[in-house]
Design a binder for this molecule. Structure first.
Ligand code: ZN
Ligand code: ZN
Length: 139
């Protein structure tokens, strides 16, 4: 099993070894959530993810409709994972929270490139979108 955690370690996730997808997102909301030039997440079936510790939830409107629910550590503030109303069976985990990223695939999709920082180079991503893209179940 793989693991992810916040900066202080109070919020931890136990994950399956293989994510269903890795997505890079350059939308403004992901930039604000992470404080980084873009957000990147590994997506896992929600029922296969165990969350331990206390998370605070922040909910916002999604560009594609519905809501996005972000979970962060109330002690250190790390944004660790999120769910969306559009895809309630999956959980997105911030790549920076994962313990072991050596076997992760390159992002299958790079989305919302319309707000990508001009110096970010992500040519290896499988598909590129100016706006969003529906994430489907890979199984
Ligand atoms: Zn923490
Ligand atoms: Zn985004």
């Amino acid at each position: 099993m793989a693991n992810a955690r916040c900066s202080c370690g109070a919020l931890r996730l136990t994950l399956p070894d293989e994510p269903k997808a890795v997505i890079a997102c350059h939308c403004i909301e992901c930039q604000r959530r992470t404080g980084a030039p873009f957000g990147a997440g590994a997506f896992y079936p929600a029922e296969a993810v165990t969350i331990s510790g206390t998370a605070r939830q922040y909910t916002r409107d999604a560009a594609s409709g519905g809501k996005v629910h972000s979970y962060f550590c109330p002690d250190c503030g790390s944004s660790v994972c999120w769910k969306t109303d559009n895809l309630p069976t999956m959980i997105g985990v911030a790549l920076g929270a994962l313990d072991n990223t050596s076997l992760l695939p390159v992002p299958a999709k790079s989305i919302f490139e319309r707000s990508k920082h001009h110096w970010v180079r992500i040519e290896d991503a499988g598909e590129h979108f100016q706006q969003g893209s529906v994430i489907r179940h890979a199984d």
